[in-house]
Design a protein around this ligand. Structure first.
Ligand SMILES: Cc1ncc(COP(=O)(O)O)c(C=O)c1O
Length: 382
């Protein structure tokens, strides 16, 4: 039985070309890039090229790219790095952020920006919450449970306006915007100037690159303290011998994902539309969470009223279909998803919700089969 994998929002398989690009740096070219002999210098050069490639994809400068071990670390560096620098300041994070944004924010003076029932950060509330002490706002680009695209560029414009107003009153604190783009790399434009962000987190594990690879983009002039101290690598912002193979893998994965993103966006959106429409025909009481438009194409969150999501997930698993109960990015806990609760779902509805996420190997045939299985299991479970 061939497995049907519908959890690409949790992990993507490593692209073959990416693996090939990485292999030399796991074997023959293992040298420490900070060493000064010739063999190590070529490793340093490869690392610099990877940094430049990533910067190119983001419309950034190489010196603005800090390699990290994944998006959790990049998010921690963004939040803690800014807040340690401005201890008198306050950070605002949206209610639907990943835990790796919400938890570090709790270490500092912080406020949580509510989301609308549609799973989008509430702009009017955000505007009202920005105060004289706000130094950082963190809003993700694509939500990992709903797929909703957040209005990051609108937020950037709003913060710009508020920051200028503050400056005119003599307030010298900066007002930075961070976005966690971990779910966006395969489908959306990541140009930092078009988005208007000062900081952006990305990881390789969602874009067919290696896990524990990632970057934090930090716009030149942004005041950031390190959170890992040591030998001063990564412009003194993230010490530790660089994971060269992972950095090279990330660069290869990101450039491929960005080159394919428009075609993949159309292809995957068609599959998701088909999935949702067929499901609505077979199971009219199901509810898709989030708006019809303005969602990244790969994620659909579906509530099956009266059905236990754990049970349904296990039935699918036994039939060879892999889907997710909420987000697998957080370690397993029994609490219903904070994202679903933030958009107004009851605990019961959240416990009847599964996330399906599509990727490069998903086909129309897969989708048809999963809809049929779901219709059978749900009918039997009610
Ligand atoms: C939106 C979002 N942010 C951050 C993370 C954490 O990334 P990593 O596993 O690379 O630390 C994930 C998922 O893992 C995610 O979906």
């Amino acid at each position: 039985m061939k497995q049907i994998y519908l959890d690409y929002a949790a992990a993507t398989p490593l692209d073959g070309g990416v693996l090939e690009a990485m292999l030399p740096y796991l074997t023959d070219d293992f040298y420490n890039p900070s060493a000064t002999y010739l063999a190590a210098r070529s490793v340093r050069q490869a690392l610099n090229e990877a940094r430049a490639k990533i910067a190119g994809c983001l419309g950034a400068r190489p010196a603005e790219i800090i390699f990290t071990a994944g998006a959790t670390e990049a998010n921690n560096l963004a939040i803690q790095g800014i807040m340690k620098r401005f201890p008198e300041g306050e950070v605002l994070v949206s209610a639907i952020e990943h835990e790796s944004v919400i938890e570090p924010a709790k270490l500092f003076s912080h406020k949580v920006i509510p989301a609308t029932k549609q799973g989008v950060v509430d702009l009017a509330k955000l505007e009202a919450m920005v105060g004289d002490k706000t130094v950082l706002v963190s809003v993700m680009l694509v939500n990992n449970e709903l797929g909703t695209i957040q209005p990051v560029n609108e937020i950037a414009k709003l913060l710009n306006k508020l920051s200028n107003l503050r400056k005119s009153k003599g307030n010298k604190l900066p007002l930075y915007l961070h976005t966690d783009a971990a779910q966006a790399g395969n489908y959306l434009d990541l140009h930092v100037s078009r988005l208007g962000v000062d900081l952006m987190s990305l990881n390789g594990g969602k874009i067919y690159g290696p896990k524990q690879s990632g970057i934090l983009y930090v716009a030149a002039g942004t005041d950031l303290e390190p959170i890992i101290y040591g030998g001063g690598q990564e412009f003194n912002k993230r010490s530790g011998t660089e994971n060269v193979a992972a950095c090279i893998g990330l660069a290869a994965a990101l450039s491929k994902a960005q080159a394919k993103r428009q075609a993949e966006n159309r292809r995957v959106a068609e599959l998701r539309t088909m999935f949702e429409q067929e499901l609505a025909k077979r199971l009219p009481t199901t509810q898709v969470n989030g708006p019809a438009a303005n969602r990244a194409p790969h994620i659909t969150s579906v509530t099956f009223p009266g059905v236990d999501n754990e049970r349904l997930m296990m039935q699918l698993d036994e039939a060879g279909v892999i889907a997710a109960v909420g987000s697998a990015c957080s370690a397993s806990n029994d609490e219903p998803s904070h994202v679903l609760k933030a958009i107004g779902l009851s605990d019961q509805a959240a416990r009847s919700t599964l996330r399906f996420s599509f990727g490069r190997d998903t086909t129309a045939k897969n989708v048809e089969k999963v809809v049929k299985l779901l219709a059978d299991f749900v009918a039997a479970n009610r």
